[in-house]
Ligand binder design. Structure first.
Ligand SMILES: [Zn+2]
Ligand SMILES: [Zn+2]
Length: 455
């Protein structure tokens, strides 16, 4: 009995924790009801907190008597209170010894949401105090990525609440830890989609932290190794990040318009670079949104001949202005077939369901089709789209830290930033509504000074 067969943690304790879905329903319900997420609870076990382990077993068996014996009276009554009155954990202003330590943290203003169907609102979060290798950044700008919305609304089914989104962060260094060498107070710095990884596995050592075998710690909604909550993103006044995951920002660029490069920029730069897009290459970019509009600029700057595919006639002018050599309306079949077997490479940025076969058919022998959009439903693939003439269908995920720095330097050299609409944090829910309708040119960026006005 108990949870021993139901709770597991990965062997190196680097980030993957599970309480099996077959744990006692009351345990799951109680933890969830009280906003205690399962990975937090399981993580306590990795810290070899045997008392917590016993407490969870007692909870699993709904044994109030055992729970009382194991926890101190104050701790026990707090948990009981939460169970009885369905209170949110955060509303109890007492230390939380089991599910997130309060020591060594500082309160920070943020915007986030407590449920999938709740709007984003002003909330306080904890940031860890700077340790020796940390950089504390005052956030100046934060881009709004579609992943922010998916996570806030739990559309991928894995959201840990409260959710504070934001992984396109640009700011000013406030202070650094004693062993930090690459940054000093006053520097302009950036943080993208990741804030940590194991640093020891093969992908990490090769600078591909996004493929860390133990899973990278993402900037938001990942278990926080330091303070036991999930990580909180950039819709906040500040963030504390290990220097390895902090990027240098070239200061010749507009800082607000740099923010989207931290996700949209690296997501498109990495595959363009990996598959040697450059002079003499004919490259297709599918979709002109947050990712696509940056991809056009990057491919052009790399020297490629750029063909842009869009469903929308209204975007033809924009595509030309962004640097497209040619623009094709993808619903125009004769126009599409005139490009058959002519492209070296296609970057597909579309995240809605669409027919990839009609694009695969445009590739030459050994041409490569890379997906960076993530449609919700599986797409259908006609085998002959890749069999003849031996085309390659693959995908790509953001980029590693060294490559992200390389991308920022490339953008500085070629004067590339995103096209943005700058908003105040108070407009966030309206911006989300517009984002759902793809009504943005082409990325929202939050001016985080707007958060300062709020108490
Ligand atoms: Zn993103
Ligand atoms: Zn790793």
């Amino acid at each position: 009995m108990g949870l021993s067969h139901k709770i597991s943690a990965d062997s190196c304790g680097t980030g993957n924790y599970h309480i099996g879905q077959n744990a006692h329903p009351l345990t799951l319900a109680t933890l969830k009801k009280n906003g205690i997420n399962l990975s937090h609870a399981a993580r306590q076990l990795v810290k070899e907190d045997f008392q917590t382990y016993q407490y969870l077993i007692a909870m699993d068996q709904s044994n109030e008597q055992d729970m009382k014996l194991i926890a101190s009276p104050a701790e026990h009554s707090k948990i009981l209170l939460m169970r009885t009155f369905d209170l949110e954990r955060d509303s109890l202003d007492v230390p939380d010894p089991y599910f997130g330590a309060d020591s060594g943290t500082t309160r920070a203003k943020a915007y986030g949401t407590t449920a999938a169907d709740a709007p984003l609102k002003r909330m306080d979060i904890q940031r860890r105090n700077v340790t020796e290798r940390d950089v504390e950044i005052e956030i100046l700008y934060c881009g709004i990525c579609h992943s922010d919305l998916h996570t806030a609304k739990n559309e991928w089914g894995n959201s840990l609440y409260p959710v504070v989104p934001g992984h396109e962060i640009v700011g000013k260094v406030k202070q650094v830890g004693s062993k930090v060498t690459a940054f000093k107070a006053g520097d302009i710095a950036a943080v993208g989609c990741m804030v940590d990884s194991c640093r020891t596995c093969h992908p990490c050592k090769e600078g591909m932290e996004q493929f860390c075998k133990s899973f990278p710690t993402f900037t938001y909604n990942s278990p926080d190794k330091h303070i036991g909550e999930q990580t909180f993103g950039g819709y906040s006044e500040s963030i504390v990040v290990d220097e390895h995951f902090v990027l240098r920002v070239p200061t010749n660029l507009n800082l607000a318009a740099v923010a989207p490069l931290l996700c949209a920029g690296i997501t498109t730069y990495s595959p363009l670079k990996r598959w040697n897009v450059g002079a003499g290459k004919k490259v297709g970019i599918v979709g002109i949104g947050g990712l696509g509009h940056v991809a056009i600029k990057l491919a052009k700057a790399m020297g490629a001949y750029v063909v842009v595919f869009t469903t929308s006639k209204s975007k033809v002018k924009d595509a030309n202005e962004l640097g497209a050599n040619e623009v094709v309306i993808s619903t125009d079949e004769p126009a599409m077939s005139s490009y058959a077997n002519s492209l070296d490479f296609i970057l597909d940025t579309v995240s809605a369901t669409h027919n990839i076969n009609s694009y695969l058919n445009l590739l030459k022998l050994d041409g490569t089709f890379v997906m960076v959009g993530a449609p919700e439903h599986p797409l259908s693939l006609a085998a002959f789209s890749i069999i003849f003439p031996r085309r390659i269908l693959t995908g790509s995920l953001i980029g590693g830290i060294p490559e992200t720095q390389e991308m920022l330097n490339f953008c500085a050299k070629h004067n590339i930033t995103a096209d943005i609409e700058l908003i105040d944090i108070q407009e966030i829910n309206k911006a989300y509504e517009r984002l759902v309708k793809n009504d943005v040119h082409y990325r929202f960026v939050i001016d985080m000074s707007s958060l300062k006005k709020e108490t």
